[in-house]
Design a protein around this ligand. Structure first.
Ligand code: GRF
Length: 199
């Protein structure tokens, strides 16, 4: 199966996928990595693995929809079976969702529907919840609202800082991502309403 991975940052989730894809039994290859900015470790990780990359910055396009079309075209060139947002900090638009909405997944560092957005661990700490975690889901038109594939839980410790909780979540988040991308590409999936099932 062909994976296109979208990143905006350190790319540790991308790296976990690249590592998993070394095993032929995993059944997937990262065929391209896309980003919305230069100078990020995620792009360096792709280059180090010999994976082609592309960058589309919103500010380089007159309208957001133009950026979305360019992104859609670049992803489409690689004919992905699954597109993975792994710390990609942009909401895609209608064109992208029309092309890939049935196979675009995202990993979020909170237990949705609680704490959507870019500060999941910080918001969870401030709220005072006792468990946190990560959610893997199919992207729809909303912010972290799509059908949930899997969730994994970690405890919140009394002495946690935003950094320590973020790191604890990321460890299980990477495993969940690798595990479920493998299952999805090997088994196939159906989405009925909000229910995601392996075939
Ligand atoms: C992940 O924890 C994701 O949930 C959040 O950003 C992080 C991406 O980390 N949105 P990385 O770039 O994969 O290291």
């Amino acid at each position: 199966a062909r994976l296109v991975v979208l990143v905006s940052g350190s790319g540790s989730n991308l790296q976990a996928l690249l590592d998993a894809c070394q095993d032929p039994a995993y059944g997937a290859q990262v065929v391209a990595v896309g980003a919305d900015r230069d100078g990020i470790a995620g792009l360096d990780r792709a280059a180090a693995a010999g994976v082609p990359t592309f960058v589309h910055k919103v500010k380089d396009y007159p309208e957001r929809a133009d950026w979305d079309r360019a992104l859609t075209a670049s992803v489409g060139l690689y004919r992905p079976d699954l597109v993975v947002s792994a710390g990609f900090l942009k909401l895609v638009g209608d064109d992208f969702l029309a092309a890939f909405g049935d196979r675009y997944i995202n990993t979020h560092n909170a237990l949705l529907p609680a704490f959507p957005g870019i500060h999941g661990p910080r918001d969870a700490l401030e709220y005072g919840v006792k468990v946190a975690g990560a959610t893997l889901f199919f992207v729809d038109g909303g912010v972290d609202t799509g059908p949930i594939i899997s969730q994994v839980v970690v405890p919140v410790e009394d002495d946690d800082t935003e950094e320590s909780l973020t790191e604890r979540i990321k460890e299980v988040e990477r495993r969940q991502l690798v595990d479920w991308v493998g299952r999805l590409v090997r088994d196939g999936w159906t989405i009925t309403g909000r229910k995601v099932r392996l075939k």
